[in-house]
Ligand binder design. Structure first.
Ligand code: NAD
Ligand code: TYD
Length: 354
């Protein structure tokens, strides 16, 4: 079985990927995570006794630590999920995004390059560096524009997307300059279990069940494409197995929705699952001040991964959202844990002045 060094595996997508990888016996896993506010080791509690899973707390910026892990575990692949991932936080504190997304990815690439160059040739051929990126690097679409393709020019608009774009460019450069066998995936907005409730879908679910306002930025007509996290994890594994080195692959859910539609759909599911007397959760919807530089529309053309690797999303938005709402309702221990003091501070910082 292959060994993967996964970074950022205690966060939302990384944890879903690791759980699936161990469940389906895809690989042995080393998980390097700094354990920032967005992480939760509880996500991986069921792997505590798994001998083929190892957790290391550390920063991808720590070149010595990464080099040590590479020589110690001799992974066949690195998957870089580690990032600061929230646009609103990038507006308040862009520096963290430069440190992790740009400098951290650079250090990871450097350590990988030295490790890969010294591998025996058979193992060298097998090695892959898979970088997880976002559709946000392509900028914002008008309503009639075609969806983002892999050759759409980069036009990032937020400190978050600018930092991800920079990291993508370094990954590209390491392939072209040093021949490091890289792969990059650019996915749309993920949703599903284990997502930290600073992002729209879990924030809406948790606020609604608490009877708190459901904040919608601007007019609520901004459009995102929603990808169920398990579909994303399956796509990542496929790209690892069959992706062409040096290439990028767009991954989307084929679910373009306005934010208002997303929030109203969550409210309708909650009305059904946990009805309130004579009141719909949608009465909690509150329009608030817009996000500065708010991208209007993202849409992904995923015909490349579909035609070349045979991937299609399996989950439709209604079933995926229903599963997600149900997961948050069933996991009150997890929910209470993440809503610590630090989370309350974030809510104050982001919402009090809107
Ligand atoms: P997340 O914020 O939930 O988790 C990020 C994880 O990275 C956390 O566990 C955190 O502790 C860890 N981390 C942060 N800085 C680190 C550092 N310096 N060293 C080591 N670990 C560090 O993020 P996510 O939603 O799981 O996103 C994973 C990746 O997917 C990111 O690269 C993100 O840009 C990308 N992405 C996410 C989405 C989405 O909708 N969530 C969409 C497109 C792309
Ligand atoms: P988010 O989940 O933060 O992801 P991203 O900004 O990476 O797309 O936001 C999704 C959309 O929802 C985005 O258009 C901003 C909007 N939004 C709100 O309207 N209210 C909120 O409280 C949040 C967090 C997001």
């Amino acid at each position: 079985m292959q060994t993967l060094l996964v970074t950022g595996g205690a966060g939302f997508i990384g944890a879903n990927f690791i759980l699936l990888a161990r469940q389906l016996q895809w690989a042995n896993i080393i998980n390097l995570d700094k354990l920032t506010y967005a992480s939760n080791l509880g996500n991986l509690a069921e792997l505590q006794t798994d001998k083929n899973y190892h957790f290391v707390q550390g920063d991808i910026n720590n070149f010595e630590l990464v080099s040590y892990l590479l020589s110690q575990y001799q992974p066949d692949t690195i998957i870089n999920f580690a990032a600061e991932s929230h646009v609103d936080r990038s507006i308040f504190s862009p520096q963290n995004f430069i440190n992790t997304n740009v400098l951290g990815t650079f250090q990871l690439l450097e350590a990988s390059r030295f490790y890969w160059q010294k591998l025996p040739s058979a193992k060298q051929k097998q090695f892959r560096f898979l970088h997880i990126s976002t559709d946000e690097v392509y900028g914002s679409l008008n309503p009639q524009d075609p969806a983002f393709r892999e050759d759409t020019p980069y036009a990032p608009n937020s400190p978050y997307s600018a930092s991800k774009a920079a990291s993508d460019h370094f990954v590209r450069a390491y392939y072209h300059t040093y021949g490091l066998p890289t792969l990059t995936t650019n996915c749309s907005n993920n949703y599903g279990p284990l997502q930290f409730p600073e992002k729209l879908i879990p924030l809406t679910i948790l606020n609604a069940v608490d009877g708190k306002p459901l904040p919608i930025y601007g007019d609520g007509q901004n459009i995102r494409d929603w990808l169920y996290v398990i579909d994303h994890c399956q796509a990542i594994y496929l790209v690892l197995q069959q992706g062409k080195i040096g290439e990028t692959y767009n991954i989307g859910g084929l679910n373009e929705k306005t934010n208002l539609t997303v929030v109203k759909t969550i409210c309708a599911i909650l009305d059904e699952l946990v009805p309130q007397l004579n009141l719909s959760y949608s009465s909690l919807i509150t329009f608030v001040k817009d996000r500065p530089g708010h991208d209007r529309r993202y849409a992904i053309d995923c015909s490349k991964i579909s035609q070349e690797l045979g991937w299609q999303p399996q989950e439709n938005f209604d079933s995926g959202l229903r599963k997600t709402v149900q997961w948050y309702l069933n996991n009150s221990y997890w929910v209470n844990q993440v809503r610590s003091g630090a989370y309350q501070n974030w809510l104050k910082q982001n919402y009090d002045n809107r």
